[in-house]
Structures are given as C-alpha cells and as structure tokens.
Design a protein around this ligand. Structure first.
Ligand SMILES: [Zn+2]
Length: 82
C-alpha cells in the first residue's frame, strides 16, 4: 500500500491518482516529467537551427540572387522581343 502525498490516505498501487483528494500519485510524476522531454525535441531542433543559421541565410541570399537573375533574364528576353 502507498499513501497519498496530499491527504495521507492509503491508495491501491494500481491507482493513477488519489480517489479521495484527486492528487496524482507520485508514480505519475515521471509521466509529468516526460512532458518537458516531449518539448525538448523542439528545443534541440531550435539549437540545430541556430547551428545551421549561416547556411540558412546563405541559402536565402542564393535564392534571392537566383530570383534576381531569373527576373533580369526575363526582362532581357521580354525587351528583346518588344
Ligand atoms: Zn489524497
């Protein structure tokens, strides 16, 4: 038998929370601790994104340069037919 941390009543080991006061049993704490672990992948990917920050901006710059060249080429082609 385990005891409720809140009300001190005896609880069946199979219960996920105290039926008397509704407090989650301390075995449920690892499940709650798993929530930051679930958020952690987002934080790690953010760190990964920071790691690849320079290539990202290089990619944007190259993309913008390519777009400018395409627009320039389109204008050249258009004006040559006009
Ligand atoms: Zn309780």
């Amino acid at each position: 038998m385990e005891r409720c941390d809140s009300c001190g009543r005896e609880l069946a080991s199979t219960w996920k929370f105290c039926i008397y006061c509704g407090r989650p049993m301390h075995r449920a704490v690892p499940a709650l601790a798993a929530i930051p672990a679930a958020i952690r992948p987002d934080l790690s990917t953010e760190e990964e994104a920071k790691k690849y920050d320079a290539p990202f901006w290089v990619g944007i710059g190259m993309g913008a340069l390519g777009l400018v060249l395409i627009v320039y080429a389109a204008i050249q082609i258009y004006t040559s037919y006009a």
